[in-house]
Design a protein around this ligand. Sequence first.
Ligand code: GLN
Length: 448
Amino acid sequence: ARHFMTRASDQASLGAYLDTNEAVTLAQAQAADERIAAGDTAPLLGVPIAHKDIFVTKDFASTAGSKMLDNYRSPFDATVVERLAQAGCVTLGKLNCDEFAMGSANENSAFKPVRNPWDTSRIPGGSSGGSAAAVAARSAPAATGTDTGGSIRQPASFCGITGIKPTYGRASRYGMIAFASSLDQAGVMARTSEDCAMLLSAMCGPDPDRDSTSLDVPAQDFTKSLNESIEGLRIGVPKEFFGEGLSADVRAAIEAALKQYEQLGAKLVDITLPRTQLSIPVYYIIAPAEASSNLSRFDGVKFGHRAKNYSDLTDMYEKTRAEGFGDEVKRRIMIGAYVLSHGYYDAYYLQAQKIRRMIADDFQNAFKQCDVIAGPVAPTVAWKLGEHGSDPLADYLADIFTLPGSLAGLPGMSIPCGFGEAQMPVGMQLLGNYCAEAKLLNTAHKFQ
Ligand code: GLN
């Protein structure tokens, strides 16, 4: 733990960490040492991990990257944090992210941007940008992340590390500051799929009393099947993921990786996910709709920021929210309130829900022909800080390959598979059917 704490302070200019507390970390490390001395052989005992600042923690501030929660302390730990602590993990601190996990570049953090360790003039991806940068810069051996529309897979891809988002509902959302509840899912980022498998095994499992959407699927040891043969594995290659818009460097890296899979005995199968394009408008209706509802709790009354000067209650609400939320969060609250409003609900929200179902059906059709799906995570490598300027659409469009899997609630991974333009890492996306995390990790492990 000391090694990683030193690395974290040496690498402070990356902006990956938002809160650390040496005394807390060392006390947890000491407790792990004592369990080891007493003969406990739990595999994760003493393994340091850092948490995305979307997970609430008792011992560190929990800000969700927002001024609204600056210095906020939670009275409890998120289930995921609690489970990893029970398994013996030692918390290194809290990691920077886009405000309320809304973003693709970590430029929406209210505190500071995160820099990509491979080229500090570039973004690390988002919204779990701090998690990806910390793992890539070796200031944490592993980190938790959350993925609503790609926020684990895309930063993992941009920073050259491995990340997995399990099936929606496999990891508890309790204590994850909510963005879009029907999409939000916790996962993990680390160097290898083996590390991810160990950590994910500790994180997942039902939590029926605290998360009503938690799946009733028992915890599983994902390391058991890592070495299974992938001879004859059918890998579906969706033609929509290789159309125009995919940059030549990323395409070349992915095609080379697919060849390598063929050499490992897998069979490539052409598949189609015909509604891929629609996933952008559908996601950017559903996610803001849910966000506008979830974020209504930040009113200055119970917790977080409260405006100093106000004339009455309504004025207090308005000033608190005007001061506490950043531009992207305000934009999404407005879009969300609009698509849910009377007269527009049927035209936008309901329509989006129907297409969401069709996107999920497209995947079920595809899985009749293949066992896993492979393709790019993002159309390009990590772009330069500020390159998308104030154009939110440029960020939204770059989510095209991660959104379909999120809307369907499927498990997905990003594994490093080469380098593209400017020697920046390229990640390959693997998507599996519901609860096929073990198959995904096995497929990834064989490649690594
Ligand atoms: N980039 C997407 C968004 O801005 C996804 C974010 C996420 O997965 N948390 O909403």
